[in-house]
Structure formats: structure tokens, C-alpha cells
Write a protein that binds this ligand. Structure first.
Ligand SMILES: [Mn+2]
Length: 574
């Protein structure tokens, strides 16, 4: 369907940093890992024993001291004062996983300290993202004297000023990019403001540090804040922030807690997701199974049920809530699929544009962000998916490397009513009358930054790997790279030239599977190319020779384990 000149081309290269074999062997021996894994770490710029050791065992002791974050203890002491004066305190979050886990963490901290705090989670459709004046007035009327914001607030200048007028102290914590003017809050805790040793923190990561600082100054026995890292891991992985040094520490340790699943809600959520108690959870399971179910509450219904799930001590209740989330998630998938089909059709008709703006007033606001990601995956260009009612249009955008979405929106702020976000994901509100103008200007802005041609999709390969090197032990050892995610991608390997013995479609013809033979060793392996049934159903390459970019996996089916390849890209066919 796509004409060839609009399809992004593919560029690939193998990571180049190479150590001498002697150096690798000695590092590998000291670390008790295989030389192949050791060279993978080396290419990811961990070039010393200390770097590699940290990466493999990122203990909490490596975290920078709390004092290094300027302003953190001051913010904590304002909260401690409010507690001391028995003021009514509220915490305001967001309807996505990061926002829900942020509120859950703070509420859980207060509960365990025997303190009270009022949680507020806005609903996506009725309330929208961030603070709003009406609810702030309600809070003032209810006697709230201190408001902590989590995962939101940095662009709510007007709302925070209103809170100030009403005598509410605001402790703002957020990790979204600040605008030129900061809100007049009593404290602004944002890893992207001032000097913070943890620039890539998520909303829940930010909340965690604030509670850790508060923990040290509150009277009574301090809590063990490590107990909250399961929530931090959930929000950090789901928010797709870069897994830098701090986030690696938080997530790796948080995943251990998610595996133990002492929190009834997590145990119930794993159960409805079909994850057996024995299976180790990686970032993948959070991203594909737990995260979407928590998100489903906020996408289609009320995020409060997800908060309740994370906080309840009652396993029976947790099971009920998890089942409800599971149903909502199924419903979300159906809605998403329907909208994706329509959005894709629309995108195909607009491929002369470098920046896509897709709009339909009937699209469900809860899924447009995911649809935008899928469109960007396929067409490899920045995209906004918008929906709206009456005179206001709202939407979510996703981008590719090289085009900073937040900066892009800053330069288009003249036609926007509201916007905020990060470099790869953002949200906006515009008046319906400005849609055409925005569509035109967004495309021009993308062309200005990325140039007029399509941007090649770049695949970075970790190493060339022959079939005989793909042992189950090696594939298991790759798990030491977990958690994988932005900044620490799953390793992708370059194959040797392979003969295609067989090609079949499966899964309602959505996917394609190849049987491949490495002639030098005679080893045959199965490879699957997900969601490529449409392309490969029309073209047979049986009998030809291919070179692949792939990731290996262990497949267990009815007790039989085998090695499978997941194809990232077919790099050449001869
Ligand atoms: Mn967030």
C-alpha cells in the first residue's frame, strides 16, 4: 500500500567500541561472565571493571546522597511542618501508571507512618491532565492546607497561583519539562530544574526521593523506603524514561520486589496477567502486562480503582479489582485496534507530510497516545493523534530521535492553548479553529528540524553472532542486561547469511515465520517476524539467502524448550 518513496529506509551499523581480546577475557573472568556478554557491556560504554560491576549489581548504596539534590530537604521540611501542625494534606497525581504509582507511594508512606493524606487522581476525560482551579477551590473549602503534586504541576502556573490565593501551600513535584516561568509553589522538586543528580527520574522516582527525605526528619522510627521500590519500578518502566544510572538502580531493585509480589495488588495483577509466580519479571512484563492493566483504569474508567489495587491489604479485594482492570484492558485493546485502522488509513493518505496530525472527533481520548506510538513505529515520523468535543481538540503526540516534541511545541505555542511533555512524547490542547494551521505548522517545523526527506530508521546491532554461538546458556545470560528499556535497549544481533527453508503465515496471517539454515554449521532455527504478515504474505523468499537483525529468545512449549529468533529487520535478500 505504501509507495516506496514514502517508506523510511533502514540504516544499520554494528556498535564499534572494541577492547583488546585480552582485556575482555580478564574482565570477563573477574566478573564471572562470558566474554561475549563482557564485550556487549564494553560496547555500551562500560569500559572498566567498576562500571561493569555497577551495571551487573546496581545496589542502592550507589545512589547519590539525598543532600545532593538542592531543595529536596527544604521541601520535605515544609511537609513535616504541615504534619506537625496537623494540617489537612492532599496529593494530586495523574491517571497514567507513573501518576497512579506516585500517589500510591505517597499515600502508602503516610499510611505506614500512621498519617492521613487525601489522594486525588483526575479522570482523563472529565478532568484532564494536571491541576484545575475548580478542584483546588473545592480542596480549599474542604480545609486542605498543603497540596503535594506528583507527576504534574510544572505547567500549572495559574492553578498554583490560585491555590496560593486560597492559602494552600503547594509542594510541586513533577518531572515534565519546565517552561520559562516556574509556578509560584512553596517548593518545586523537578529533576529537570536546578542541579539534580538524577535528571531522568520519573514522576514516581521524584516522589520516592521526596519521601526518603521526609522519612529522615519525621519523628518516630523511620520506615525502610526500599519497600516502595516496587511502585517506583512500575511507574519508571511504564513512563519510558531513560534507564540511566539512578533509574537502573531503582528499577533493578524494584523488580526484585515485583517478583516477590508481597503487595496483594501486584500478586493479583500478575495472576490475571497469566504470569506465574515462579516467572521472573523483567521490564518487558511490566511494559506489556502489568503497566497496560494499571493504565486501563485511567484510559477507560476511573484511575482510583488502580490506586486501590496497589494499596489494599486485602487479597480478595485485590483479585476483584485486578479482574476489573483486566476486562478494561481487553476493552482498551479492541478500541485501540479499531482506531488504529482508521488512523493508519488517514496517515497513508498524508505521507507527503513529514509531521503527521491525525484527527477524528470520535476517537477515544484514552487510547490516542498508544495509537500515536504505533503510527510512529510504522511510518517513522513525528505524529499527533487528536480527538475532541465542541470547540476544543486534545491529543497526544509521539516522536522519533532527532525531533524534540516538547521544543517543537514551544515554537508552535502561538496556535496552542495548552501543551507539555518530554522530547519523545507530549500532549496538547488547541481550539478547533486552529487545527488546520497547527497541522501545516507542525509539518513545517518537522521539515525545518529533520529536513524534507524521510529519515532512515537506524538499527544499532550489538554483535555479529553465528547460530552455533546461540546457546541456551548465552541467551539466559543476556538476562543480566535487564532491565532493558530506553538508554539500555535489548541487544540486537547481526546474522550470517542464512538460507530460507520455509516461509509461513500464522496468527490469522498477521505474522510470518521462517525456517532458516546456517549452512556453515548446518544448524536450523525458526524465526518469527511479528506484524509483518501483510508484507510477507505477498512475497515469498523461500530458497533465498537472507541477512537478519534479530534478537534470540528461549521458547518453551509443552515442556519442550527451543531457541527462537525474533526478527527486527531483514537486512538483505539474495
Ligand atoms: Mn510521568
Amino acid at each position: 500500500m505504501t509507495s516506496s518513496n514514502t517508506k523510511p529506509e533502514i540504516k544499520w551499523r554494528v556498535r564499534e567500541l572494541e577492547a583488546s581480546p585480552g582485556e575482555i577475557t580478564s574482565l570477563a573472568q573477574r566478573l564471572e561472565i562470558s566474554p561475549v556478554l563482557c564485550s556487549l557491556l564494553y560496547q555500551r560504554r562500560m569500559t572498566t571493571y567498576e562500571d561493569m560491576h555497577f551495571y551487573l549489581s546496581p545496589g542502592l548504596r550507589y545512589l547519590a546522597p539525598l543532600e545532593d539534590w538542592v531543595g529536596l530537604s527544604k521541601a520535605a521540611s515544609i511537609i513535616a511542618d504541615s504534619i506537625d501542625r496537623k494540617e489537612k494534606i492532599a496529593v494530586w497525581g495523574d491517571y497514567d501508571v507513573d501518576g497512579i504509582t506516585s500517589v500510591a507511594l505517597i499515600k502508602d508512606f503516610f499510611n505506614r507512618k500512621g498519617l492521613d493524606i487525601l489522594p486525588i487522581l483526575p479522570r482523563r476525560i472529565e478532568d484532564g491532565y494536571g491541576l484545575n482551579c475548580q478542584e483546588i477551590e473545592n480542596l480549599a473549602r474542604d480545609g486542605v492546607k498543603t497540596l503535594i503534586t506528583v507527576d504534574c504541576g510544572i505547567s500549572n502556573l495559574k492553578e498554583i497561583a490560585r491555590a496560593g490565593e486560597l492559602g494552600i501551600k503547594v509542594i510541586l513535584t513533577d518531572h515534565h519539562r519546565p517552561g520559562e516561568i516556574l509556578p509560584q509553589a512553596h517548593a518545586v522538586i523537578n529533576p529537570k530544574v536546578c542541579s539534580c543528580p538524577h535528571p531522568e527520574l520519573s514522576g514516581v522516582g521524584t516522589a520516592f526521593f521526596l519521601m526518603a527525605a521526609l522519612n529522615r526528619i519525621l519523628p518516630g522510627e523511620p520506615l525502610d523506603v526500599r519497600d516502595f521500590l516496587d511502585l517506583v519500578a512500575l511507574g519508571t518502566i511504564a513512563d519510558l524514561v531513560e534507564l540511566d544510572r539512578t533509574n537502573r538502580i531503582l528499577v533493578k531493585n524494584g523488580l526484585l520486589l515485583l517478583n516477590k509480589a508481597d503487595r496483594p495488588g501486584i500478586r493479583a495483577l500478575k495472576e490475571v496477567s497469566g504470569i506465574s509466580a515462579a516467572k521472573d519479571i523483567g521490564a518487558g512484563e511490566v511494559g506489556f502486562a502489568l503497566g497496560p492493566r494499571i493504565n486501563a483504569a485511567g484510559r477507560l474508567d476511573d484511575p482510583v480503582m488502580a490506586l486501590e489495587l496497589l494499596l489494599t491489604a486485602d487479597y480478595g479485594l485485590a483479585q476483584k479489582l485486578a479482574q476489573r482492570l483486566n476486562k478494561l484492558n481487553d476493552q482498551r485493546k479492541k478500541t485501540e485496534e479499531k482506531i488504529l485502522l482508521q488512523a493508519r488509513e488517514m496517515a497513508l493518505g498524508m505521507l507527503k507530510n513529514r509531521g503527521l496530525v491525525l484527527f477524528d472527533p470520535d476517537w477515544h481520548p484514552g487510547v490516542i497516545g498508544i495509537v500515536a506510538s504505533r503510527i510512529v513505529d510504522e511510518f517513522h515520523r513525528p505524529c499527533f493523534v487528536l480527538t475532541g468535543e465542541n470547540n476544543l481538540i486534545k491529543g497526544s503526540g509521539r516522536s522519533i530521535n532527532g525531533f524534540d516534541l516538547y521544543n517543537g511545541l514551544c515554537s508552535l505555542s502561538a496556535v496552542l492553548k495548552k501543551f507539555g511533555g518530554h522530547s519523545l512524547a507530549a500532549g496538547l490542547t488547541i481550539e478547533a479553529g486552529n487545527l488546520d494551521e497547527f497541522r501545516k505548522m507542525f509539518d513545517l517545523e518537522v521539515v525545518r528540524i529533520l529536513g524534507p526527506g524521510t529519515t532512515a530508521r537506524e538499527i544499532i546491532l550489538d554483535a555479529r553472532l553465528e547460530f552455533k554461538e546461540l546457546t541456551p546458556e548465552f541467551i539466559a545470560e543476556l538476562e543480566l542486561l535487564q532491565p532493558l528499556g530506553p538508554g539500555n535497549p535489548r541487544p540486537v544481533f547481526l546474522s550470517t547469511e542464512l538460507v530460507v527453508l520455509d516461509q509461513t503465515l500464522f496468527g490469522k496471517d498477521k505474522h510470518v515465520r521462517f525456517n532458516l539454515k546456517d549452512e556453515s554449521s548446518g544448524i536450523c532455527l525458526r524465526a518469527q517476524f511479528w506484524r509483518k504478515g501483510e508484507t510477507w504474505g505477498q512475497r515469498s523468499i523461500k530458497g533465498k539467502k537472507v541477512v537478519l537483525a534479530y534478537t534470540p529468545a528461549i521458547n518453551t512449549y509443552r515442556g519442550v524448550t527451543s531457541i527462537r529468533l525474533n526478527i527486527r529487520e531483514i537486512l538483505s535478500v539474495n
